[in-house]
Design a protein around this ligand. Structure first.
Ligand code: GDP
Ligand code: MG
Length: 178
C-alpha cells in the first residue's frame, strides 16, 4: 500500500466521553453499555472510498491513560487529524477541550501551512431525550468559531447518529494535511 493512502487519526477527550464507543460503532457497528477503560489494540483501521481514492483511516484510541494526560509521543507522531470529543451532558468534559487541543498542538507539532487539523464531536446527545444536556450547541459552535472554524458534529455512539458524517469530514481534513 502506498504511504499516501494511510491517514493517521487520533481521538482525544476526557475519560468516559465515548471515544472508544464512537470508534467501535464506526468501525465494527457495535455498541456496549459496559464501561471498558481499555481496548487491546493501539489503533483500528477503516477503509474509505473518497471520490476516486481509496484511503485507510488508522484511528488511534487511548487505553485509559488520558486520565493522566500521558499519552506518549508515539500516539501523536504523524497524526493527520485530531478528533476532539466531549460529552454534551458533562460540563467539565467541554472545559477540558482547550487542554486537549493545546496538548495536540504541542505534541504533534503540525506544520504552519497545514489546515486546521481538528474536528469536534459533542457525543451522547441521545441521553434522556436531550434533557440532561448541559452544554448548548451554541457554546460548542462558538468554541469552534474562535479556533479557526473547527467543524462540529453532534453524535451518539449508542444510536449510531452522525458518526459516518463526522468521520468523512475527518478523512477529508486528514487527506489535506497528510
Ligand atoms: P472513553 O473513555 O472516552 O473511551 O468512553 P467509552 O467509549 O468507554 O464510553 C464510556 C461510557 O459511556 C460507556 O458506558 C458507554 O457505553 C457510554 N457511551 C458512549 N457513547 C455513548 C452515547 O453516545 N450515548 C450514551 N447514552 N452512552 C454512551
Ligand atoms: Mg476509551
Amino acid at each position: 500500500m502506498k504511504r499516501r493512502n494511510l491517514l493517521k487519526v487520533i481521538v482525544l477527550g476526557d475519560s468516559g466521553v465515548g471515544k472508544t464507543s464512537l470508534m467501535n460503532q464506526y468501525v465494527y457497528n457495535k455498541f456496549s453499555q459496559q464501561y471498558k477503560a481499555t481496548i487491546g489494540a493501539d489503533f483500528v483501521t477503516k477503509e474509505l472510498q473518497m471520490d476516486d481514492k481509496l484511503v485507510t483511516l488508522q484511528i488511534w484510541d487511548t487505553a485509559g491513560q488520558e486520565r493522566f494526560q500521558s499519552l506518549g509521543s508515539a500516539f501523536y507522531r504523524g497524526a493527520d487529524c485530531c478528533v476532539l470529543v466531549y460529552d454534551v451532558n458533562v460540563q467539565k468534559t467541554f472545559e477540558s477541550l482547550q487542554n486537549w487541543r493545546e496538548e495536540f498542538l504541542k505534541q504533534a507539532d503540525p506544520g504552519e501551512h497545514e489546515a486546521c487539523p481538528f474536528v469536534l464531536l459533542g457525543n451522547k446527545i441521545d441521553t434522556d431525550g436531550g434533557s440532561s444536556r448541559v452544554v448548548p450547541q451554541k457554546k460548542a459552535l462558538e468554541w469552534c468559531a474562535y479556533r479557526g472554524n473547527i467543524p462540529y458534529f453532534e453524535t451518539s455512539a449508542k444510536e449510531d447518529y452522525n458518526i459516518d458524517e463526522a468521520f468523512l469530514c475527518v478523512a477529508k481534513i486528514a487527506l489535506k494535511n497528510e
